[in-house]
Each structure stands twice: as structure tokens, then as C-alpha cells.
Design a protein around this ligand. Structure first.
Ligand code: 5GP
Ligand code: ZN
Length: 114
């Protein structure tokens, strides 16, 4: 989508610190990190949020989550633990309307979220 910031990052039209790329997804450092590790996993296909997906997208969504888990392992936070987050819609706190998985770790997380 032409005016979508994450499409532009995935297409490398705007710079980011990419930490992983494959045929379906890219992962890059969040510009405003909320934890020592804060990476965003973004599909190359433009989808607004998980709310648009259906059963046919199970593999697509699973790939994003497993990529997040692999990045956590690479970054050395798999044993200490981490959080995979999909903020969805207004009350979910979503600000960029291109589906993304936050990989957050390197410090204890709190519950419930704010
Ligand atoms: P959301 O609130 O939609 O779940 O998360 C959007 C995330 O994207 C935020 O954590 C924000 O810091 C990050 N972000 C927004 N614009 C950019 C950008 O241009 N580059 C990078 N690397 N991250 C961004
Ligand atoms: Zn997009």
C-alpha cells in the first residue's frame, strides 16, 4: 500500500534496522524501543490487523509468530522470557495499521498491561 510506513520499510524505501528477512516477512528494530529488545515482525503483504484474517491465514500468522520466537532466541531472551504482542484496533493501542508482532524482552514485563 503506497502510503503505509511498514510497506515502505518492507520495500526498503525508507530505512530501518532490519534484523531478519524472508519471503513473507521482515523484522526490524522498533524506532522507540520499550524494552532492551524491541523488534517488530511485519508481513510483506499489507494487512491492517489480525482482525482481517481468517482460517486460511493460519500459516501466514503462524509464520509471523514463529519468526518472533526465533528472533527472541537469536537475541538471547528465550530463556529469560519475552512477550509477543499484536496491538489491534483503537482500544488495543494500534497506531500503525499494517499488521505487526512486537517482540519485547530483556526486562521483566508487567501484567495487566496499561
Ligand atoms: P503499534 O502501536 O501500532 O502496535 O506499534 C507501532 C510501533 O511502530 C511503535 O512501537 C512505534 O515505535 C513503531 N514505529 C512507528 N513508526 C516507525 C518507523 O518509522 N520505524 C520504526 N522502526 N518503527 C516505527
Ligand atoms: Zn502496509
Amino acid at each position: 500500500m503506497s502510503d503505509c510506513i511498514f510497506c515502505k520499510i518492507a520495500e526498503k524505501k525508507i530505512p530501518s534496522k532490519i534484523v531478519h528477512e524472508d519471503d513473507r516477512a521482515v523484522a526490524f528494530e522498533d524506532i522507540n524501543p520499550q524494552a532492551p529488545v524491541h523488534v517488530l515482525v511485519v508481513p510483506k503483504r499489507h494487512v491492517q490487523s489480525v482482525a482481517e484474517l481468517n482460517a486460511a491465514d493460519a500459516g501466514f500468522l503462524g509464520h509471523l509468530l514463529l519468526t518472533g520466537a526465533a528472533i527472541a532466541k537469536q537475541r538471547g531472551i528465550a530463556d529469560s522470557g519475552y512477550r509477543l504482542v499484536l496491538n489491534t484496533g483503537k482500544h488495543g493501542g494500534q497506531t500503525v495499521f499494517h499488521l505487526h508482532v512486537h517482540v519485547l524482552g530483556g526486562r521483566p514485563m508487567h501484567w495487566p498491561p496499561g
